[in-house]
Design a protein around this ligand. Structure first.
Ligand SMILES: *Cc1c(COP(=O)(O)O)cnc(C)c1O
Length: 392
């Protein structure tokens, strides 16, 4: 099918809930994509931070194929090797104690929220269920995770929302303390606010929050749906903030493109959710777990060092453009935010796309770059050349 045929079908039969780009992507290799009309693009999106091993990765595809031929699915009422093996890779590498697997970021965060509330209920009884989150955060699109998201415009239309969330300003301990109270059971935050505009939190602030949580027996819930699984140059971003969460969620990049999300708890929280308290039909599906194991095997110290180096290379390349359209460059590893001035972030994204570079937007004025972690320097250079053409 050509682009016009696909677009016509989509507009006739699909709920139009996305502001889609006027392109249908057809196939890819590494960090390069082709659309249905044969046009080539350098990909600085990897889905939205999902295709960590790029496109057409053979080890990844083979693991899925082999598992599909062996056992594509079985319920979580049985033990399966891929689930157990994946957990045995994630847990020691993160310094956590135990894993739960679901299918998406929002679902992972729901699990964290349930863990926090039940931990508190078991120990302190009712009335201690409030979770403090940060303004400008993003935690998902279920009714509960929308309310956990600290942006007013996500709290419209879908009433009634789940109760029990309050919001503090990021990087501001006074603001956090002003939201504290006997009803609080946890603080939940991203370490780099992704959808909010690629805003990294300050390390001393994050450490102060961790200390406060420990003092008050609030659970520290870290949402690493976007920052996790190598994106920032360490398996989890929290490892670069020198903190240890009580619960950490992950999703986007974990299975390299198959739907997957989950959370890890520390020793203190590993027995909070018991048989019957939580579950998922598809969660930790054998094929998805096999794919995630391939991604985890890729996360060697050398690979993670390269992610950091490539991120620095990309940021330096953008800085060297001396572009009048750039107001600032933020981020860690291959999670990069470019502040845009002189045109909107969407205008810039569209211009870059027309010249063969795919980027994301975030917040009000940020161009967000989340390339596949396997992107080559040559591919980064091609992307930077497109940026030079449009942004100089
Ligand atoms: C994308 C994202 C989510 C939601 O993930 P879904 O898989 O879309 O449900 C939650 N938290 C953060 C930080 C995210 O970036």
């Amino acid at each position: 099918m050509n682009f016009e045929q696909i677009k016509q079908l989509d507009q006739a039969y699909v709920l139009q809930t996305y502001g889609r780009n006027d392109v249908a992507i057809d196939h890819g290799k590494g960090a390069t994509l082709w659309d249905t009309e044969g046009k080539e693009y350098i990909d600085f999106t990897s889905g939205i931070g999902v295709c960590s091993l790029g496109y057409g990765n053979e080890a990844w595809a083979k693991a899925i194929y082999d598992q599909a031929m062996k056992l594509g699915h079985i319920s979580n009422l049985f033990y399966t090797e891929p689930y157990a093996v994946l957990a045995s890779k994630l847990v020691p590498a993160s310094g956590m104690a135990a894993a739960f697997f679901g299918n998406s970021g929002a679902e992972a965060n729901e699990g964290m929220i349930k863990t926090a509330r039940k931990y508190s209920f078991d120990k302190y009884g009712q009335g201690r269920a409030t979770i403090i989150t940060l303004k400008n955060s993003f935690h998902g699109r279920t009714i509960t995770t929308l309310k956990a998201t600290g942006q007013d415009h996500f709290h419209e239309f879908f009433y009634p929302f789940t109760e029990g969330f309050r919001y503090a300003d990021a990087n501001d301990m006074e603001s956090l303390l002003s939201q504290s109270g006997d009803d609080v059971c946890a603080v939940m935050m991203e370490l780099i606010q992704g959808e909010g505009g690629v805003n990294p939190l300050q390390k001393d602030y994050v450490q102060a929050v961790a200390k406060l949580c420990a003092e008050k027996d609030w659970l520290l819930l870290i949402d690493e749906v976007q920052t996790g699984i190598g994106r920032t140059g360490s398996l989890f971003a929290f490892q670069q903030f020198d903190i240890q969460p009580d619960v950490v969620s992950f999703a986007k990049g974990i299975a390299g493109g198959l739907p997957f999300g989950g959370f890890l708890t520390n020793e203190k929280c590993r027995n909070v959710l018991k048989a019957g308290d939580h579950g998922s039909t598809f969660g930790g599906n054998p094929m998805a777990s096999a794919a995630a194991s391939v991604v985890m095997d890729a996360m060697t110290p050398a690979f993670l060092r390269e992610v950091k180096e490539k991120g620095e290379y990309l940021r330096a390349g953008i800085a060297a453009l001396n572009s009048p359209y750039v107001s600032g460059i933020r981020g860690m590893g291959l999670m990069v935010g470019v502040g845009v001035q002189g045109m909107t972030h969407k205008e810039l994204k569209d211009k870059l796309m027309a010249e063969g570079l795919l980027c994301l937007t975030a917040g009000k004025d940020t161009l967000r770059l989340l390339p596949p972690l396997v992107i080559t320097k040559e591919e980064i250079d091609k992307g930077l050349a497109v940026m030079a053409k449009i942004m100089k």
